[in-house]
Design a protein around this ligand. Structure first.
Ligand code: ATP
Length: 466
């Protein structure tokens, strides 16, 4: 059957939320207890998609990246880590309350939502208030203009470690993964005998007490970061910064397959005092442009601060030049869930087919799709044994699911909706001719293939450009 029209212009965040819940990608957190704001659970398909994103990132930034190694640091760390990093004193959001409807709003996001070309990260409270007053930015909830002054709220989740609460130490759930890469700089460099420049990559959970509405999984209180810190000499640092900007562009467009027209870089005009350059990579979500990644030239700020507070040297002695210096850091930081959301929005299509029927199809890159293949017996009667055997065999090499419930047309639609690139149908002829039919998700074309040629044909179809 050929496609008459293809469009995903109409994709809304509600389309994505509905698909995610009904097909087992994402469920509201603590659902049976009326939920917990900005928390989500990843279902059977969601966990596959997340794992695929993480696996591809790990390969791109760690195992197949020059001079890079991995780390899996603890979520709980000594409180001084967060004193040195500046999070105890300064990791806060500028919030104000609407005096009319009591809704709390982030001042910087209110400004950015008003003008997509502004990045208000790092603005002073005064600068934020001046802009809001000059442009008369009203409450997004009730439309009134009656704000309290802006106050800073720390985003770190605090907890205590110790036997009784009175003498317990205050500790924090980490709000980012990067700090363990900094504090382990010497451990990693020495144990692996690495020479600068080199990078440390890490994937792990981070926690932020985010107040503002979440836009589904875009802004959550618990999320996973994939962060890569590259340690280099100051003289080469801008070249590495540009290289890591290009690397994340390549990863998101070529490795994950997100369409370039929905992506852009947004350079920060106002930089924090220690940074030499910083930019965000943004995706055009149904609710507007939103940050997926940050690439930051952080100078020697992080290692210097840890050296000063810990009194442990963070210097590197170059064995060739004998120069002793604190390396400059180039950071590439991205959230797994934001990429997950961008990938779904980008892949979602509603198609009208030649016979007037419509289908929803997720045009996912086969390396990301929760399942690469679905095995379907045309009928249960007489075909289950052959189909199950094939399913078990294919599982040795591919991510495979099995579906024998309902009409074959409905089963194809279910697989289209979750992005399975190939459906393999076992029919009565299979018993005679030892062949099966492979249906392509995107073209819906079908080819008949001998079982002996099946693995080779699957590999060929999965590596064609999607
Ligand atoms: P934003 O401006 O959207 O709050 P940020 O600048 O604070 O983001 P970073 O601290 O640079 O973000 O974190 C790096 C990456 O971690 C972000 O690009 C994003 O992909 C992800 N991230 C940050 N905060 C959250 C969150 N609350 N929920 C989900 N992902 C997040």
């Amino acid at each position: 059957m050929t496609t008459k029209t293809t469009t995903n212009d109409a994709v809304t965040i509600d389309n994505i939320i509905t698909l995610c819940k009904s097909r087992g990608f994402v469920f509201p957190g603590s659902d049976i207890y009326d939920g917990l704001a900005n928390t989500w659970d990843y279902g059977p398909l969601g966990v596959e998609l997340k794992n695929h994103i993480k696996k591809l990132w790990w390969r791109e930034f760690v195992t197949a990246n020059e001079n890079s190694v991995g780390l899996d640091g603890g979520i709980l760390m000594n409180r001084n880590v967060w004193v040195a990093s500046g999070h105890v004193s300064g990791f806060s959001d500028p919030l104000m309350d609407c005096k009319e409807c009591q809704t709390r709003t982030r001042a910087d996001k209110l400004i950015e939502n008003n003008d997509a070309n502004i990045n208000a990260d790092g603005w002073t409270n005064q600068a934020l208030e001046d802009y809001i007053n000059q442009h008369h930015l009203v409450c997004p909830n009730c439309g009134k203009f009656n704000w309290t002054p802006i106050r800073q709220f720390n985003l770190m989740f605090e907890t205590h470690r110790g036997v009784t609460k009175d003498n317990a130490d205050q500790i924090f759930l980490r709000p980012e993964t990067a700090q363990s890469e900094y504090i382990n700089f010497q451990n990693v460099q020495r144990s692996m005998r690495l020479k600068v420049p080199f990078g440390i990559g890490q994937i792990g959970k981070a926690f932020r007490n985010e107040i503002t509405p979440g836009n589904f999984i875009f802004r959550t209180v618990e999320f996973e970061q994939m962060e890569h810190q590259f340690f280099c000499h100051a003289n080469d640092s801008m070249a590495w910064y540009e290289k890591y900007k290009q690397k994340i562009w390549h990863f998101i467009t070529k490795v994950l397959g997100v369409r370039e027209e929905n992506l852009r870089f947004h350079d920060h005009e106002k930089l924090v005092f220690y940074a030499k350059a910083a930019c965000d990579m943004e995706y055009h979500f149904p609710f507007g442009w939103g940050e997926l990644n940050g690439t930051h030239h952080r100078g020697v700020h992080d290692l210097t601060n840890h050296q000063n507070l810990s009194k442990k040297s963070m210097e590197y002695l170059d064995p060739i030049t004998n120069e002793k210096y604190i390396p400059t850091v180039i950071e590439s930081s991205q959230g797994v869930e934001r990429l997950f959301l961008a990938i779904l929005c980008d892949a979602y299509r509603t198609e009208t087919l030649a016979d007037g029927d419509t289908r929803v199809v997720l045009k996912l890159n086969p390396n990301l799709a929760p399942y690469q293949i679905c095995v379907l017996p045309l009928q249960k009667k007489g075909l289950t044994e052959t189909a199950t055997k094939l399913y078990r065999e294919l599982q040795q090499n591919f991510n495979v699911t099995y579906d024998d419930a309902g009409s074959i047309g409905k089963r194809y639609r279910r697989q289209d909706e979750i992005g399975t690139p190939l459906c393999i149908t076992v029919d009565y002829d299979t018993l005679e001719d030892q062949s099966v039919t492979i249906r392509d998700r995107d073209t819906m074309e079908q080819v008949r293939v001998k079982l002996t040629d099946l693995n080779a044909k699957i590999n060929e179809l999965l590596t064609k450009s999607f």
